[in-house]
Design a protein around this ligand. Structure first.
Ligand SMILES: Nc1ncnc2c1ncn2[C@@H]1O[C@H](COP(=O)(O)OP(=O)(O)OP(=O)(O)O)[C@@H](O)[C@H]1O
Length: 651
């Protein structure tokens, strides 16, 4: 495999030179190794080629080859962190079920099936009633706590009020009566054809009685007519009332039957109607009712998939998505055919609002701004403002009713509050980001799932790549914990390490490990392919930039590794939030150079509990392996792996 050369900005620190000194980190062992190495070098006479090559030794004659990985490294500071910390129990669930909210049964069934459980998370339990009631809402919650459903369910759902439930029960009973009547008709037909049994005699009796009632009713109506004509009073009034009641029952019956037919796909009058309950029924021609704006393409695709799954039972409703990187013409075609719910990234959405006649916002009832702080971080502030303005301008409130806006954000800084001021009217603030929804929580406090185990390892820059390779070999060879995401800061780093690990690691026992990459410089089709594939996979290694750090939901990820530290402690929280989602377990490791240990202090100040993972622990899986049929030391094993990687790059 062709491995790109290391980008110059970081290549020097990532690719140690091959010199002939090997030491370990502690001063004593360092000295011992130096002595041993000097002794072995004295025995070896330098060849002319060695001299030409700056005096560097060559890995010849089956002699062990030492690189300078363990020498001239800066001192690793003592962080004073505990070695391990016990993860706490997941605190994300509320103890209440989706069915407690009287959502449409089809929707509850869909959600329960999709999630494999019916219990709501805390943010869902707090936000769903507010959003269902139709009010604007500002939601803050920890990563992976299920915010998406907190707004998607009310948009799609139909309220199932008590009165409606009663009517539904009555209509079910009348249905039973109707079915019985049909059965009786069939039975009487059989009777006419000469088939007689005891039950058919009963049917016959019922039919005779029914016939008598109908006859009496007809006579009564006739009598009423005659009596009215002859100016009588008492009898005609009684008969008129009875007649009216009878007509009323007939009409009620008719209404119930009609209602029941309609309720096969929907049910009743909601306090705030979801898409499925709007009258006249929403079809793809009805226009756009719900608009969800998200910052990244992956998140758009993921939210669209979630909506499409929930809307499965409601065949008339059509969801869609618009993201940058897709073909505009295909998107225009999709818009022309009609969509009721649209998930979009801001840039492409605005382009369509400006240029596409088929994207009309006049009927819009729901506007959702998801990951609002990231939208602002990514420089979409102007876009979002223009989108909100276009919505307010194009909507026809008289026909479409009030606009409901939901804004979701991990942080609530001034910028987010300004955006909330622009788009929300008298919003309810829901903070489910900490136990008990403590809204007095300081803004700077970092919240990660309690069940997430977090580690930092201080690793000299030269050793970072081999430490990562060793960690991947260690964790991805065990079946239980073999889905891992590694975050790096640049696209070039992702390309380089993905190609390098893809070439080197399979030969070291990870033959089945799927290694893939994701960054913003890849074609959209590749990005979508990788995202979809890694989502479905039970194991694999994804090397990526922060394009996958926010909002994306990649199930069953066991380890998050931060190969380079994030720019802000909030970004650390988002990265590690790709594991231990929705009450699941997970672990995170940040590799820091001695110069980067300031992050630990930031995390501690933010209230996070991180443990120490030593370099020896990281490399120990290599030392346990056998090279050339004999056990190797930790340094030798690490050096061999490093050289293997260097030679792969060189050839
Ligand atoms: N009630 C629930 N029970 C079990 N799993 C759930 C529940 N609600 C959501 N999930 C699952 O939790 C995962 C995270 O959900 P979601 O992506 O909505 O979280 P989020 O809060 O938006 O995360 P982030 O902050 O990373 O954007 C998804 O896989 C989703 O299917």
């Amino acid at each position: 495999m062709k491995v790109p050369k290391a980008p110059s900005s970081w290549g020097s620190s990532e690719t140690p030179s091959k010199s002939a000194v090997s030491t370990s980190a502690s001063p004593d062992s360092l000295q011992r190794k130096k002595d041993r190495l000097k002794a072995s070098l004295k025995k070896k006479k330098k060849s002319p080629e060695d001299k030409q090559d700056g005096g560097r030794p060559k890995p010849a004659d089956n002699k062990p080859f030492y690189a300078s990985l363990f020498s001239h490294n800066p001192e690793v500071p003592e962080l004073g962190l505990p070695e391990t910390s016990e993860p706490s129990q997941p605190d994300v669930f509320s103890g209440e079920n989706f069915s407690d909210l009287q959502l449409h049964p089809h929707l509850v069934a869909n959600v329960t099936k999709a999630l494999g459980g019916a219990e709501m998370t805390r943010v869902q339990q707090r936000a769903l009633p507010v959003v269902l009631a139709g009010g604007d809402c500002l939601v803050r919650s920890q990563t992976g706590s299920g915010k998406t459903l907190a707004y998607l369910l009310p948009v799609i759902q139909v309220d199932f009020g008590t009165a409606v439930a009663l009517l539904f029960a009555i209509s079910a009973l009348l249905w039973i009566a109707l079915i019985m009547s049909v059965l009786m008709l069939i039975a009487s037909a059989l009777l006419i054809y000469g088939v007689q049994t005891a039950s058919e005699c009963l049917v016959l009796t019922w039919m005779i009685l029914h016939g008598i009632m109908l006859t009496l009713s007809t006579i009564g109506n006739l009598y009423q007519l005659i009596a009215t004509i002859s100016n009588g009073f008492a009898v005609p009034i009684v008969l008129a009332v009875l007649s009216l009641l009878w007509v009323g029952v007939q009409w009620y019956w008719y209404a119930v039957v009609v209602f029941f037919y309609r309720s096969m796909g929907s049910a009743g009058e909601p306090a705030r109607k979801g898409l499925q309950a709007i009258e006249p029924p929403v079809t793809r021609e009805s226009g756009l009712y719900a608009l969800i704006v998200v910052p990244t393409r992956e998140l758009a695709l993921q939210t669209y998939n979630c909506a499409a799954q929930l809307m499965k039972a409601f065949v008339r409703l059509v969801p869609g998505y618009l993201t940058g990187g897709e073909k505009t013409l295909a998107e225009k075609r999709r818009l022309r055919r009609g969509l009721n719910l649209l998930v979009a990234t801001p840039g492409r959405l605005l382009a369509h609002i400006a240029s596409s006649r088929n994207l009309r916002l006049g009927a819009l009832r729901w506007l959702v701004l998801d990951e609002a702080d990231l939208l602002l971080d990514m420089g979409y502030e102007k876009h979002v403002r223009s989108i909100v303005e276009a919505v307010l301008e194009q909507r026809a409130p008289r026909t479409s009713g009030p606009l409901q806006t939901v804004l979701l954000s991990a942080t609530l800084d001034d910028r987010v509050q300004k955006l909330a001021g622009l788009s929300l009217t008298d919003p309810t603030f829901i903070d489910a980001s900490s136990d008990g929804g403590d809204t007095s929580r300081p803004e700077g406090e970092l919240v990660t799932p309690g069940q997430l185990r977090q580690f930092v390892a201080v690793v000299p820059a030269k050793l970072r790549m081999v430490a990562l390779a060793s960690f991947v070999l260690w964790k991805c060879s065990t079946r239980d914990e073999s889905k891992m995401i590694v975050f790096m800061n640049t696209n070039d780093m992702v390309d380089y390490h993905c190609a390098l690990f893809g070439a080197c690691l399979p030969g070291r026992g990870l033959t089945d490990l799927k290694i893939c990459k994701l960054h913003g410089n890849m074609p959209q089709t590749d990005r979508t392919g990788v995202f979809t594939e890694f989502r479905k996979a039970r194991s694999g290694l994804l090397i990526c930039t922060d394009v996958a750090a926010r909002g994306v939901d990649l199930p069953h990820v066991h380890w998050i590794v931060q190969y380079t530290p994030p720019c802000r402690s909030a970004d650390y929280v988002h990265r590690v939030g790709r594991t231990a989602r929705a009450g699941g377990t997970g672990a995170a490791l940040a590799l820091l150079t001695p110069a980067e240990t300031g992050l630990v202090e930031l995390l501690r100040e933010g209230g996070l509990s991180v443990s120490d993972m030593s370099l020896e622990t990281l490399l120990s899986p290599l030392a346990a392996s056998r090279a050339g049929g004999r056990p190797t030391s930790l340094e030798e094993a690490a050096t061999q792996l490093q050289l293997h990687m260097e030679e792969t790059v060189a050839h």
